[in-house]
Design a protein around this ligand. Structure first.
Ligand code: BDR
Ligand code: CA
Length: 323
């Protein structure tokens, strides 16, 4: 079982990743860092808390991450993709953090404690902006070498970006943070948009998951359809022929224990932090003759076995979900 500290921004595919992870026997979530990104930090914490309550996993430490990026301007949120509260068309009947209790999630130092506790065996999976992870690298540099592996969803290498022609949302949201992580991480694996775009959960699969969960009267399972339908509508407005919506964040998490089903290359990677129309672009140096010792070299996913991935996800989401 892989021990995972998950950093997420709690939009739809982040929520799908955590529902999947809480029910996947091959992984154990040992901490969740909820930060701004798809929604604001406050909403991300509420969503994470809600999911812990409905799954009975409130034993997992929930840590408040970053509220804004290192860029120095207010963050842009994406309600058109993830819904006003990050759950698409589903509205959780759960309170935001009660007034006066916000401080309980000002507990960033717990990241240090978790890395120390699982010294050498922890995998960090980051499926949102890299602001919180970069901040923990800055505050606790000695912990970087204690993390076994880091997997991130972000960047685009041979596909248009999704926020600009060349940049993907998680990197564009804070390229300075991405630069810090790319420069200091010792064992980093990147799942870029051009790969995660293919991790499609189709409309038919969503209906099947919904039907099974309705028959089992499983409430958690029943939030999947209103979320995924909303998410699909967004993708359809961009790509009319698309048959479903991509689970960017789920494939990144699944990858942690599915080495044999993924093809990777190791290449130097950098991120454009200079202002201009390439801001937030990830640049992979794919030239054969380039010395791999020159720049930070990381592992980039290029292909995965779709049927292995999607069949496992559907299997987990249709076996009795904890709730
Ligand atoms: C990434 O941005 C968000 O919309 C998704 O949650 C994913 O992590 C894709 O660019
Ligand atoms: Ca995300």
């Amino acid at each position: 079982t892989r021990k995972i500290l998950l950093f997420a921004d709690f939009g739809i595919d982040d929520i799908m990743a955590i529902i999947y992870a809480y029910n996947e026997i091959n992984v154990e979530i040992v901490g969740v860092v909820a930060e701004y990104g798809n929604v604001q930090k406050r909403t991300a914490i509420r969503n994470a808390k809600y999911l812990q309550e409905v799954t009975g996993r409130d034993d997992v430490p929930l840590i408040g991450g970053a509220e804004r990026s290192l860029i120095g301007v207010p963050p842009i949120y994406y309600p058109e993709v993830h819904g006003p509260e990050g759950f698409g068309g589903f509205v959780p009947l759960s309170e935001f953090i009660p007034e006066g209790e916000e401080n309980i999630f000002e507990n960033f130092h717990q990241i240090y404690d978790i890395i120390e506790k699982y010294d050498g065996e922890l995998t960090i999976v980051c499926v949102g902006r890299l602001t919180s992870l970069a901040t923990s690298f800055i505050l606790y540099p000695e912990t970087v070498a204690k993390v076994k592996k880091i997997f991130i969803m972000g960047g685009a290498f041979n596909f248009p970006g999704n926020v600009t022609p060349v940049a993907e949302a998680n990197i564009f949201g804070d390229p300075y943070a991405a630069n810090i992580v790319f420069n200091f991480a010792e064992d980093l694996t990147i799942f870029p948009l051009n790969v995660t775009q293919q991790a499609i959960l189709t409309y038919d699969m969503v209906n099947y998951i919904d039907q099974v969960n309705k028959e089992a009267n499983n409430k958690l399972g029943q939030i999947i359809k209103p979320m995924m339908d909303y998410y699909w509508q967004f993708y359809k407005s961009q790509i009319p022929t698309i048959t479903g919506a991509p689970l960017h964040d789920v494939i990144t998490l699944w990858a942690v224990f599915n080495e044999q089903h993924i093809k990777y290359v190791k290449k130097p990677v950098s991120v454009v932090t200079a202002s201009g129309n390439a801001f937030g672009q990830t640049v992979g140096d794919f030239r054969d003759f380039v010395q791999l010792s020159e720049k930070p070299v990381h592992r980039i996913a290029v292909e995965f076995d779709y049927s292995k991935f999607i069949s496992r996800v559907v299997e987990v989401l249709t076996t009795e979900l904890i709730s």
